[in-house]
Design a protein around this ligand. Structure first.
Ligand code: NAP
Length: 492
């Protein structure tokens, strides 16, 4: 089925940090694809800023290289690229100084009634200053929106500082806190599966679901981001935002409508229902790990300390935890979360493990009956699989076999699978914040995560070492096996 294109109104997109990694890898390619698809009208402009001094012409060269590097040759279009590059302008702005702000304001002034998207692809410490300067220079119009990248803070207190600073200038409805996981096709499909089918919702509760697993595993290490990562760790970097958001979408009650506040109200209730993890139970419910030297598919790889150039660090590159939701729907159904770097495989998935059947009518010769599982794969190979039991075809009596009903999106739809940023950036222009995090959600997530961090510190819970290229420390496996369960392995 061909995708439906909804064009957006004319806009000015202002990228702070326009020369950075995120801009090159994600923002420029995403805007380029949307432009090639015909979603952006001829008058819309993209204005990049950073401290570096360069002409708009030089920036277009930088953007061209970024697109040639990050867009596959078969997906490039020379005419489309020329049209896209012609939209780009560059202004040198030092966020901490006065240079460049008037120039930027003058550039925007002729289009005061236009939609304006300020995308803050800079270090989070600059979010407050950028907002204040935009306000002081009169650039925050009625039609202005601001996109804030993660991380929003490193704790509840610091998240409040960032939110307060941005909130001084922008109203909450103008603030788009991006979590690119929410823009993934499969994540939205989770909502379609749950709320556009009569099949799942009646069994979507503790009576029928044994447990849920959410895995976000990376095979790479810190990749030059060691400075940031060593002050963050896996819990802050992955669990506080992406994984808790996924947990919310699995666990939330059906919202009254698929609109921003209805969806976010339901997610917030889940975050507030998470049972606290603190000093009294952190040792039973969480596992920290740190990789040492090992091997990836490409060959030997160094350990974390060597990668960040430090002789010691108590930072975790792996976390596994057992979360419980204290409400009627989920009481007694654990949500196991695990995330780490340098793991055996790059995979992000949600596994909904149903309870075993209450009674088997088949005798032992039919073989074991495996409980149903719904596997929602976010990457790689986005898709959904439902494992069911069938009779093994052919003669030989009643023998049972587990098979997956498989919906791989790439195969099913045969089109390029757009990057999450493409959808999310267009949602900002359209003024649709459904897939972005509201302030109270971010703060509720920190409210749950902060005591875990504090308990790790107060109990001196050091990370356990694991070999790069494995599934993390054995304690991570024991966390679920203690409960008589196992982590999902690929290949159902
Ligand atoms: P980066 O590569 O370090 O880029 C930072 C950008 O900010 C550069 O364009 C830099 O250009 C500019 N900048 C730095 N100081 C400035 C100042 N005082 N005034 C104006 N511009 C300044 O960072 P990044 O990896 O793109 O990350 C940007 C943001 O996105 C961060 O909040 C990060 O946490 C978040 N994020 C990134 C990724 C990713 O994959 N990269 C993923 C998720 C979230 P100049 O040095 O020329 O000023």
């Amino acid at each position: 089925m061909a995708s439906r294109l909804i064009t957006v109104d004319t806009f000015d997109f202002i990228a702070f940090g326009g020369t950075g990694d995120l801009a090159r890898r994600k923002l420029l390619p995403s805007l380029y694809f949307r432009d090639c698809a015909g979603q952006i009208d001829g008058a819309s402009r993209i204005i990049a800023t950073a401290r570096s001094h360069m002409t708009s012409e030089a920036y277009r060269e930088l953007a061209k290289t970024a697109i040639e590097t990050h867009v596959k040759p078969e997906e490039r279009d020379a005419n489309g690229l020329a049209r896209f590059l012609a939209r780009l302008e560059y202004v040198s702005v030092d966020v901490n100084g006065e240079d460049g702000w008037d120039e930027l304001a003058n550039l925007l002034k002729p289009n005061e009634s236009r939609i304006r998207v300020f995308y803050l692809a800079t270090a989070p410490e600059l979010f407050g200053t950028i907002s204040a300067k935009l306000g002081a220079h009169g650039m925050v119009t009625h039609q202005a929106r601001v996109v804030v990248e993660k991380p929003v803070g490193k704790s509840l207190a610091s998240a409040k500082v960032v939110n307060d600073a941005v909130g001084q200038v922008f109203a909450e409805q103008q603030i788009y806190r991006i979590d690119h996981y929410l823009g993934k096709e499969t994540v939205q499909n989770l909502m379609a599966l749950r709320f556009a089918n009569a099949l799942f919702e009646p069994v979507w509760n503790a009576a029928h679901i044994d447990h849920v697993q959410i895995t976000v595993a990376e095979s790479i290490g810190v990749e030059g981001r060691g400075g940031y990562y060593d002050t963050a760790g896996a819990l802050r970097d992955m669990v506080q935002n992406h994984m808790l958001q996924l947990l919310c979408l699995v666990a939330m009650e059906p919202p009254a409508a698929f609109d921003a506040d209805a969806v976010r109200d339901e997610k917030l209730k889940i975050l507030k229902s998470l049972k606290p993890i603190n000093e009294s139970n952190v040792g039973q419910l969480t596992v920290r790990g740190q990789y040492e030297a090992g091997a990836s598919a490409q060959g030997p790889v160094p350990g974390y300390l060597e990668e960040i150039g430090a002789s010691q660090s108590s930072n975790e590159t792996f976390v596994a935890l057992k979360a419980e939701i204290a409400n009627w729907r989920w009481a007694g159904t654990p949500f196991y979360l695990r995330s780490g770097k340098r793991l055996a495989q790059r995979v992000s998935e949600i596994v909904v493990a149903f309870r075993p059947i209450p009674h088997s009518i088949f005798d032992a010769s039919a073989g074991p009956i495996q409980p149903n599982q719904l596997v929602i794969r976010l990457q790689p190979d986005e898709g959904v699989k439902l494992q069911i039991m069938i009779k093994d075809p052919g003669p030989g009596g009643m023998r049972l076999r587990a098979v997956p009903l498989d919906m791989s999106f790439a195969e099913s739809f045969g089109e390029r699978n757009p990057d999450a940023y493409e959808r999310l950036v267009m949602d900002v222009v359209r003024g649709n914040p459904t897939l972005f995090m509201r302030r109270d959600e971010v703060e509720a997530a920190w409210h749950w995560v902060d005591p875990i961090l504090e308990a790790w510190a107060s109990t001196n819970m050091a990370p356990r070492l694991y070999r790069a290229g494995t599934w993390g420390p054995s304690a991570g496996v024991a966390l679920v096996e203690r409960d008589g369960r196992t982590w999902h392995e690929d290949g159902i």
